[in-house]
Ligand binder design. Structure first.
Ligand code: CUA
Length: 336
């Protein structure tokens, strides 16, 4: 029995390793045709590499162990076939295969794409739908797309180079200041996948996540209508929400954030430095993936941004008293 232990351990390790291949942020768990093609090609490369490795090890073993070293393939012929012809043909196949895969996952010529612009910021994603029926729509750290329709994502950056990578849908595309790069995604099934900035951009590069929510077309249209609507002001009878709304204006949050419909008195929520918060309560996460959405996390975020995500461009508002902070968080959470 004891002899079987290493084999069992190896089996468990292999299962654990394969388990890491699944999930919402895995290139090997594709949710769209481009990622599926890339995953298939990756497995072919892996299998080919493994075969070549095993063949090389077999030849090495044979060379070391054979009894009569004077016999065998003459060295020159071995170098010609093994060192020139075989790698040459392998590299040629790889080059042609890579070009074919690159062509197969280039969806730029597909018709009627949904256009989305993704703008990189240290350390969050602005997501703009420039030409939806009903007008432009801006959100952050989350991109909702209809299943089956090509989505032409134009990426650029406001500060440093970032990289847009949603492994379950497609490969990477760099966000470069002053440049517009394009990548066209297609989701083949409804669901949530996670993307991640894939170019080191500063101290919170790792917490620059982006959720892509693929919705059935009718659900997507309904989401667009909800997001395009201006949220109604809170019921004056709800003193907590009214207090939160006033706190948002008085604390000066509007200098960096937009809440559409919230522009009164000397303050207006029209700032362009931070994420648009018009419907922040409807998002999956806050802080580009660092916290789940909710009143508690929002309050923690506002009071302690720099403890939660040091180096984020927003200061910690730790001078707000507890009731004001809770009211502010409850108001933001009510913006569905
Ligand atoms: Cu943005 Cu790394």
């Amino acid at each position: 029995m004891r002899a079987r232990a290493p084999a069992a351990l190896a089996g468990v390790a292999a299962l654990a390793a394969l388990g890491a291949c699944a999930g919402p942020q895995s290139a090997l768990d594709p949710r769209g045709p481009a990622a599926a093609t890339l995953a298939d090609f990756s497995w072919i490369l892996f299998a080919g590499g493994a075969l070549i490795f095993l063949g090389t090890m077999a030849l090495l073993g044979f060379g070391l162990l054979r009894p009569d070293r004077t016999k065998g393939v003459p060295p020159l012929r071995f170098i010609l076939w093994g060192g020139l012809v075989f790698p040459g043909v392998t590299l040629l196949i790889l080059t042609v295969g890579t070009a074919m895969v690159g062509n197969a996952i280039d969806f730029r010529r597909l018709e009627d794409p949904l256009r989305v612009t993704v703008i990189g910021n240290m350390f969050w994603w602005e997501v703009v739908y420039p030409d939806l029926p009903g007008g432009r729509l801006v959100t952050a750290n989350e991109m909702r797309i209809p299943v089956g329709r090509p989505v032409e994502v134009t990426v650029t950056s406001r500060d440093v180079i970032h990289s847009f990578w949603v492994p379950a849908l497609h490969g990477k595309m760099d966000l470069i200041p002053g440049r517009m790069n394009r990548i066209t995604l297609i989701a083949s099934e409804a669901g949530v996948v996670r993307g991640q900035c894939a170019e080191f951009c500063g101290d919170q590069h790792a917490w620059m996540a982006l959720f892509v929510v693929a919705l059935e077309p009718a659900d997507f249209d309904a989401w667009v209508r909800e997001q395009q609507a201006v949220p109604a002001p809170p019921d004056p009878a709800d003193t907590q929400l009214a207090r939160g709304r006033a706190a948002f204006l008085e604390a000066g949050c509007g200098a960096c954030h937009v809440i559409r419909g919230l522009a009164e008195g000397p303050y207006a929520a029209v700032g362009q430095l931070g994420p648009d918060l018009t419907h922040v309560g409807s998002r999956l996460s806050i802080g580009a993936g660092v916290l789940p959405n909710g009143v508690g996390p929002l309050a923690a975020w506002i009071a302690g941004v720099q403890d939660i995500k040091a180096g984020a461009r927003m200061p910690s508002y730790h001078t707000l008293d507890g009731e004001t902070l809770t009211a502010l968080a409850a108001y933001l959470e009510s913006l569905k």
